[in-house]
Ligand binder design. Sequence first.
Ligand code: IMP
Length: 431
Amino acid sequence: MNVAVVGGQWGDEGKGKIIDVLAERADYIVRYQGGNNAGHTVETGGEKFVLHLIPTGILRPDRKCVIGNGVVVDPVAFSSEVKMLLSRGVDPAGRLFVSDRAHLLLPFHRRLDGLGECLRGEGRRIGTTRRGIGPAYADKASRSGLRLCAILRRDFPRRVEERCREAGRVLEALGGEAVDVEKTVAEVTAAAQVVRPFITDTVALLHGAVRRRQRILFEGAQGTLLDLDFGTYPFVTSSNASACGVAAGAGIPPSQVGRVLGVIKGYATRVGEGPFPTELNDDTGALLRENGHEYGATTGRPRRCGWFDAVAARYAVMVNGIELWAVTKLDVLDRLDPIRICVGYEYRGRRLDGFPADSGVLAGVKPIYEELPGWRVPTRGAGSFDDLPSQAREYLSRICRLTGVPLGMLSLGPEREDTVVLTDPFAEDGA
Ligand code: IMP
């Protein structure tokens, strides 16, 4: 059985920690989309690691990690992440594999991303991480991208130079600064040498793992509501962050994706622009932000905070085929009473069925709330579901009933040990 771990909200659900715990039970941990816009945080033995591009599984000795063909790889970011790991005693050599089909994210993509945001102007800005993700995927779709297999060719520097010149013309036409071609080629080719030993035919590698019935854990980045097709377009990222992206982004047949575990926080957050029906622009929102340390792991931006949205979560269940929930950061709600859950949307006086495609409609919905009593005692470090106060158990049960998905895992603090596994998602019968 393979397992895909996906974000059920707008990213930052605490996937890094859940993946880290499950990685102990997996043979391979595979990133299938996104790039270094992600920020997966793992705390272990008093140490904190933030990984952006390399799968979180690398922190578990002997686990094999794959950056799949669906990821966009910034070689400069990749090489600094490898150096960071080495400096902290984690050696990825021999167990980190990067797809030869993955696309390169080059320095001018970052600049195009920043310039694009400026040109969009107030009200139309996406609030991207400015890591170059959108422009790199745009090059892939328009068939002008460079893939990692190009690094293995002798003419790689010339190809980078060509792309730099083309991108430079676009940047200048848009009013941006010229590209320093020589400097960029030198920077990229130096970083590419760090990437080179990791470049692998990961499609064949993962097919071998499937054949041997080894366990693969797919590590989603961002979340369903940021998915390019199913998220709150255009306020989304440029890849399929949902489980729908796994087969295409990892290069495995759709029949091998396995069980889908959705990660949700006990409340909701969003970074960047776009509609957020349950957003709280008040003291409660500020309290969630402070208690939950809701500041971006990649950009440091304060996250927008709000109540749990069961309408959006139901939609995530449908899109991904989520079979189990992992609920994180329940302890952040410890001091709130009452606690609200959004159970429906009202738009222009009518109750909506489902989650609207149009972000303009979503921005205009009025959430319909249900109130539940808070528990007002600390839950951090509770050893099991049964150790939780009855109100907290009721809150979790309500989320599960509203979404039709059982609770599989529960995270009640930042350390590995603060995670309760109620159902092992790798178990063949789900028990
Ligand atoms: P991009 O992925 O940098 O193009 O940003 C597009 C949108 O996705 C913006 O709203 C970002 O804030 C958001 N985003 C991208 N990566 C993450 C993430 O890892 N967590 C949360 N939001 C993200």
